[in-house]
Design a protein around this ligand. Sequence first.
Ligand code: ZN
Length: 643
Amino acid sequence: MSRMSSSTAGVGPVRLGPQARAALRPTEAPAVTGGFWYDRRVINAQVCIPQGPRLLESAGNLHNLRLVAGETEGAFRGDYPFQDTDVYKWLEAASWQLAQDAVAGRDTGALSAEVDRITALVAAAQQEDGYLNTWFQSGRGDGRYSDLRWGHELYNAGHLIQAAIAHHRATGRTELLDVARRFADHIGTVFGPAGSGRPIDGFDAHPEVETALAELYRETGDRHYLDLARYFVDRHGHGLHGHEAYCQDRVPLREAETVEGHAVRQLYLLAAAADLAIETGDESLAAAGVRLWHAMAATKTHLTGGVGAHHEEEDFGDPYELPTERAYCETCAAVASIQFGWRMALLTGQARYSDLIERTLFNGFLAGMSLDGESWLYVNPLQVRDGHVDGGGDKSSRRTRWFRCACCPPNVMRLLAGLEHYFASTDGRGLQIHQYASGVFHGEADGAPLNVSVNTDYPWRGRTAVTVERTPGTPWTLSLRIPQWCTEYTLGGVTTDAEVQDGWLRIRRSWTTGDEVVLDLDLAPRLVSADPRVDAVRGCVAIERGPLVYCLEQADHPGGGLDDVVIDAAGPLTVKERPDLLGGVVTIGGTGYRRSLPEPGWWPYAPADSSQAPGTPLELVAVPYHAWANRTVGSMRVWLPAS
Ligand SMILES: [Zn+2]
């Protein structure tokens, strides 16, 4: 069993500091005990995380640590100066897993031993003064901090810090936290504003250390880390990296009007802005977070919650530039969007942030991992055309066991391993349920603890029962998020004094143990269309049911590809439970046809003609987007031309 002495087990990736000014606080010791996300986490625990060390070994990441620790000889392996982050993200995932296993009473021996072994390796690789980056230490590049644009040294530090915090919170042990603090302290002696006496006034072009330093402040109480985070956030946008949007340097965040540049970089930076707004009451950073989140949600997010419209530079595009087959939607960007959104949800108390988290989790994020946990997608397109020639490599639309740039798989592992921490919060006057999953969630009312159990088959079924397990004698408010997609619901059980406000269904009363509230969200399938400015999908509709976006796959439509498929938008949509398919899904049937496409000529354009050629009737079968690319290789599409 694990050694849990003096751990803060039950605390997740975000813990607010004592001075925090946030509407909501994460709850401690949430537990997901069954259902959809539980099943995904079992795969994560039994397949993904245990395979991590072997994959990190074969990709050379562990070799690189041994190399600079003087435990082996040879050359640096891999192509990037951020190879170490794959190790750190795995350590973070494994740490959250250890916390879960300990709470559930499972044996943690084997995983603990792997974490200990790799932690010792990380510690051995660290230099005397705290610096740690195997790329530069093994002689690649032009030396420490010579290349803040591509060097990723502080980005590496950020992931090390987050792993160390997870390890400390999960186990109470400090080996990794000591390593992370030494690196953070070293960074604090090197970086600072002009006139501070520190040699470098600059920032890493890949944000990540900022949000990590804010969390390190929360973990240690040392305010220097928070000050350093704020310095880095504000150092962006002043031209150190040529005012390039890619490097988050075009304008200061406080002046920015929209999200831009490299999507993951933008969103990690915004997560830090939200952290700083929470911890310091910085209103201009809070306003930037609200403003940029809205610009992203309203104009730069795909239906799946995925972000990043450009393969080139992994960037956000222009407003409404949301291509389907070239959607980038990096899996890491989905993770980053969820991390940013959760901090904004805590800061503001607004349900809409968790609306987008839900959409991203169930679609753009989850599609990144195969159903069996064995393979991954880096980019998550919304269409694969007939005749698509796949170039292979990291950006393939076919699942891959591991990537040359393996940022995404361990990012999925760490989010899944700590996922329960994004599901509920407390405002000190009750409990807010942000995401529906079976489990136990704790809140607080006037300093007294309370908890509820949740029972649901969401997202396959709309019914969620919440039972009060423990309650103080004074009244408190149970808040249930009514998702933005939901137009009808019924409420049963204890329903007096319920009202809906800004996406929250709030029930305030004096509760008794055993009181039950039953929320039933209508999951009738629906067709959605896009804002007319999204040129890429004009004239198309997509199928959704509850929080799930659906797609057509060629595997369900024999006799051709999908380029010629048209959906009858006025036709019925039928729901079918298919326990035999894709690990058990609900499919949606529709009617449509294959239109007669002209023989390919020398030129694919002709005088405009509004008449539609007749087609052959076709039964459409839509499957959840997150489950695509788990069968034979073939076409896929989310957006369907509509008749
Ligand atoms: Zn990635």
